[in-house]
Write a protein that binds this ligand. Structure first.
Ligand SMILES: [Zn+2]
Length: 131
């Protein structure tokens, strides 16, 4: 099974492309850079890196310093897809679905949040962990 890509509908793919075009035209230099480098929709930036969603449903991790763009690992991928749905509610169908044998995260008691506002680092804000 290829974890790097997922089945997304043509409609969602077109939606991501449209949102990406809008992001490219927006007055946000950082996001423009991300779009140029990744051809994907900027989701969020953290610690000198940006995460973006490609029209194929991939999460691209972009390093501002090196200019390198790679596929994000599964933890970041889940987190970024959750963030994507928060920022772009029309993309909520991409939110990772809890697998039946997942275990509830003990660090945040399944809420995905610690200290009231921070995303839980143990489960990337999901509230559960893949077995
Ligand atoms: Zn947690």
């Amino acid at each position: 099974m290829n974890m790097a890509s997922m089945n997304i509908s043509i409609e969602t793919s077109e939606l991501i492309k449209r949102l990406t075009d809008q992001a490219e035209q927006a007055e946000a230099p950082i996001e423009k850079e991300v779009v140029c480098a990744t051809k994907a929709l900027p989701i969020f930036t953290a610690l000198g890196e940006a995460f973006a969603l490609s029209p194929r449903g991939e999460i691209i991790q972009y390093d501002f310093e090196t200019g390198q763009a790679d596929l994000a690992d599964e933890g970041w991928r889940n987190f970024a897809l959750k963030k994507a749905a928060e920022r772009y509610p029309e993309l909520r169908e991409l939110t990772p679905i809890r697998v039946p044998d997942a275990v509830t995260c003990s660090a945040c008691s399944g809420t995905g949040v610690v200290l009231e506002t921070l995303s839980c680092g143990a489960c990337n804000g999901m509230g559960w962990l893949s077995p």
